[in-house]
Design a protein around this ligand. Structure first.
Ligand SMILES: [Zn+2]
Length: 408
């Protein structure tokens, strides 16, 4: 038995001298290590004088690094010693196991360093979410384990207005409370200033949810539902005339009103979804123009080609962007005046602004496009700091930002 305990100690706490493992309790989700400090006494943190006079002892539960998919809890019996030094302001102190515990700490030092590394790498909430994958059990104040985060529940109310729903819930509860207290429906109506019919409907409904019908429900079935796929299809084909579509679905068996069809189409008309195939987003086109042509996929190249065929201005712009990129990557600054002339010949006002800006500082730009030196390293650092700053938005405070910018 002694041997096993020694082996366990060597396995679990290779770097910590003064600890003995007393037992290991393995459960489906958790491993509980029962351990104890083996020194005879401890040094007072106030004056440094060693004391062996035990005052009392208690259990500490520390979260430790997880093992084989289970979270690990270290249960340590720690002793409180009396400080023998009469000049010391402390009367008693609690022992700490060096390299494993610290005052008020709820995690072992090795878990703390892992969490710090995760926090610095992922920043704030992303790190907290990642903690769940690490199966780290973090104890809260009462010493209970935090439950694993549940997937966010969507509030699934059958009603459109939550405020209205809450009011009805409250009224329903009041009426039922009064009924239970022995009041008659007539007296309830008088007290709450409700009509007899309102009291009756509230009293007859077992749950407030039963009171919601009709217009208050989200997913009411409509007589038009069956014909919606047909209407959608015709809409996508370009037929958006409600009267015409109504005339088309009547022979198919639709027995509802024209108004319903018209309301359905009005919704489609005001929704942001366009009628025909979506043109590519400006952002996507920008990326296609700014990327090296050989890195675009075949589909992207085809779509870019279609865009350029339909827009001579964009075609001209793409030519200028690519020749500038060539000049920049091949360091051919001497071609800049030629490029500027070419730009001025086209009717592209925003490029003209750029050209005017370059003209004001032409020598510097030519040098930048020709010489091997650049401010890339500085730009890289600036970029890194901006990236960190933006990653942190809404996640954690200035302290963590400072730590990530400085040491990480
Ligand atoms: Zn002391």
């Amino acid at each position: 038995m002694e041997d096993v305990a020694l082996q366990l100690k060597a396995l679990l706490f290779p770097a910590i001298a003064d600890i003995a493992v007393r037992s290991v309790d393995v459960d489906v989700e958790k491993v509980r290590l029962d351990a104890q400090c083996t020194t005879a006494g401890a040094a007072c943190p106030g004056c440094g004088v060693c004391s062996t006079r035990v005052h009392s002892s208690y259990l500490r539960f520390l979260a430790d690094v997880p093992s084989a998919g289970r979270s690990v809890v270290l249960q340590v019996r720690v002793r409180r010693f009396r400080c023998g030094n009469t000049k010391c302001p402390r009367r008693t102190f609690v022992e700490q196991i060096s390299g494993l515990t610290r005052r008020h700490g709820q995690r072992t030092e090795r878990l703390r360093s892992i969490l710090t590394a995760v926090g610095l790498a992922l920043a704030g909430r992303a790190g907290a979410r990642h903690r769940q994958c690490l199966r780290v059990l973090v104890l809260d104040r009462e010493g209970k384990a935090e439950p694993p985060a549940l997937p966010e529940e969507k509030t699934d109310s059958p009603w459109r207005s939550e405020r209205f729903a809450n009011r009805v819930r409250a009224r329903h509860a009041t009426v039922h409370a009064l009924l239970e207290a022995g009041h008659s429906r007539r007296s309830i109506g008088r007290q709450l200033q409700m009509t007899h019919r309102t009291v009756k409907s509230l009293a007859d409904a077992a749950k407030p949810e039963d009171l919601f019908r009709g217009q208050w429900q989200h997913n009411r079935t409509s007589i038009l539902d069956e014909y919606k796929p047909y209407l959608d299809e015709r809409w996508d084909e370009g037929c958006t005339n409600a009267w015409k579509l109504w005339e088309e679905i009547v022979p198919l068996g639709y027995r509802g009103s024209y108004g319903r069809v018209s309301a359905y189409l009005r919704e489609k008309r005001t929704s942001p979804r366009p009628v025909t195939a979506q043109p590519p987003a400006p952002r996507a086109v920008t990326r296609w123009i700014l990327s090296r042509p050989e890195t675009l996929t075949e589909i992207e190249q085809l779509r870019l080609k279609a865009v350029l065929a339909n827009c001579p201005e964009l075609d001209a712009l793409t030519g200028h962007v690519r020749s500038f990129a060539h000049m920049l990557t091949e360091r051919q600054g001497e071609r800049l005046p030629q490029w500027l002339d070419a730009v001025r010949q086209d009717d592209l006002p925003s490029l003209h602004t750029l050209a005017a800006g370059i003209d004001r500082d032409c020598d510097a730009v030519i040098a930048g496009l020709t010489l091997p030196w650049n401010s890339g390293v500085v730009e890289g650092h600036v970029n890194r700091i901006k990236m960190l700053k933006r990653q942190m938005f809404g996640r954690a405070g200035f302290d963590l930002l400072r730590k990530r910018v400085l040491p990480a």
